[in-house]
Design a protein around this ligand. Structure first.
Ligand code: SDX
Length: 433
């Protein structure tokens, strides 16, 4: 059902001529001006650096209200989902638009269990990455390579989309854990069918032939919560990438590989690792908060406080609040004290009282505390963004599927404002000064 209904018209007057454009109404009072015919009617395009004011699509998957700190998947508040679901339940919700009943969840679990292994020929790829290779680089390469081993995409990629989705969601754990084991020079630990989604990942990461790994329920519960909080987030940079790349007709594996690369950036998913680097820098600098706050305010200094600020949230990121509590809970439960948590708390307190940050609505975002939890679980900093990708994968797939199922989808091809040279006569090489 097309939920975009034009309620009123916007008027734009250029050179004395008035043009009417429909104002579309979505759910929760969302509004958008439909400028589909702007260039044809006015000869003008719009220009909007970073797309701060520009919508790329209509979507039914995630709703954000950045002023009120509201965040919902398919209409359900993130607080309820994070508190009451496991990750694969939310993955099902994003993919299918409804929470699974018991039978549907069991069937999805079995599908994921069946896809946990990667083709043995792919395992040799790990032998050829340098031991210090970035896990995000490995993940992007290996996910792209899956299309060579699992050809079910075929002509109509939507035919087997549920199989491909389950295959990707299951295998991303194995690829991530195998890359970690390889970086340590430890033997690979294969997935087990008696472990749940998150328990399997933890066991593949930390089990050793010489010492069994105890899959602790509190770690499984915390990891489920973290992955749920990262599962989708509207049209962020990496999700926009998956839609743009997918709009060219490329298969899902390659589209997801592109999204992994976009997420890698320190302004996006790479921020969780950058936060730990920043906190470690402050800690090593005798907690010289003033120096880092000054750098963050200095417009000539490219330094930004990682883990603060957001394009959409102009109040607390609801995920940040949930993660901060989960951080306190898991460190208490593990009886772990992390000096970086004290640094993070003190930095947050300073920032929230500072006019520079208050005026710019800069609050802790999803990345500010998540790395401290990953550290407590034993996950190395260079894998924090891999964890983000593991959580975001169902959202990327759901957005790609929604884009491909939309009959109105066209290949993404933005225009530009040309500001280069006017026409010039060609000068042969011999005549150039
Ligand atoms: C994610 O889009 C999503 O939904 C992303 C995400 C998801 O789930 O997919 O939520 C995940 O990417 C979270 C963001 C993680 N990145 C960081 O923590 C990096 C640090 N944050 C900033 O780089 C920044 O806040 C962004 C990139 C997150 C948002 O940048 P915007 O929206 O383009 O805002 P801006 O750069 O225009 O900033 C407005 C003002 C500027 O100052 P003035 O020019 O007005 O004087 O605020 C300042 C900025 O300099 N500012 C900061 C700051 N963030 C913005 N100053 C210091 N430290 C910061 N972190």
């Amino acid at each position: 059902m097309n939920k975009n209904t034009a309620s009123r018209m916007a008027e734009l007057t250029i050179n004395g001529k008035t043009h009417l454009m429909p104002i579309l109404e979505g759910t929760e009072g969302c509004k958008a001006i439909d400028i589909s015919n702007l260039l044809r009617d006015t000869g003008c395009i719009t220009l909007d650096s970073g797309f701060k004011n520009t919508g790329s699509c209509a979507s039914s998957i995630t709703y954000l209200d950045g002023d009120k700190g509201i965040f919902r998947y398919r209409g359900y508040d993130i607080e309820d989902l994070a508190e009451n679901c496991v990750f694969i339940e939310v993955a099902y919700l994003l993919l299918h638009g409804k929470l699974p009943n018991a039978e549907e969840l069991d069937n999805f679990k079995m599908l994921l269990e069946g896809f946990a292994l990667v083709h043995e020929d792919m395992i040799h790829f790990f032998d050829h990455f340098p031991s210090n290779a970035s896990p995000m680089s490995i993940l992007s390469v290996m996910v792209n390579t899956l299309c060579n081993f699992y050809i079910e995409m075929g002509d109509d990629p939507l035919t087997n989309i549920d199989i491909t989705a389950a295959r990707l969601i299951s295998k991303i754990r194995t690829i991530a854990a195998f890359s970690y084991k390889k970086s340590l020079g430890q033997p690979l630990v294969y997935p087990r069918q008696d472990l749940c989604y998150c328990g399997n990942f933890l066991n593949m990461m930390f089990h050793k032939p010489v010492r069994n790994y105890e899959v602790r329920p509190e770690l499984v519960s915390t990891l489920n919560k973290l992955l749920i909080l990262h599962a989708d987030h509207e049209q962020n940079c990496s999700t926009s990438t998956v839609r743009l790349v997918g709009s060219a007709g490329v298969n899902l594996y390659a589209s997801i590989s592109a999204a992994i690369s976009a997420l890698w950036g320190p302004l996006h998913g790479g921020a969780n690792e950058a936060v730990i680097d920043m906190l470690e820098g402050i800690y090593a600098d005798d907690s010289n908060f003033e120096k880092y706050i000054r750098k963050a305010k200095d417009r000539s200094d490219p330094f930004k406080l990682s883990g603060f600020g957001h394009r959409v949230y102009k109040t607390f990121d609801p995920r940040g609040k949930i993660i901060k509590k989960a951080c306190d809970d898991i460190l208490l439960s593990l009886n772990v004290s992390d000096p970086l948590l004290d640094i993070a708390r003190e930095l947050e307190e300073i920032v929230l009282k500072d006019d520079y940050f208050i005026e710019r609505h800069l609050y802790p975002n999803v990345d500010f505390y998540s790395g401290i939890i990953y550290r407590a679980i034993g996950i190395p900093a260079n894998m924090f963004t891999v964890m983000f990708a593991m959580g975001r994968l169902p959202g990327w797939i759901s957005q790609w599927k929604e884009m491909r199922e939309d009959p109105g989808t066209k290949i993404g091809r933005p225009r530009q404002l040309y500001i280069g040279e006017p026409r010039r006569e060609f000068v042969p090489l011999a005549e150039r000064p």
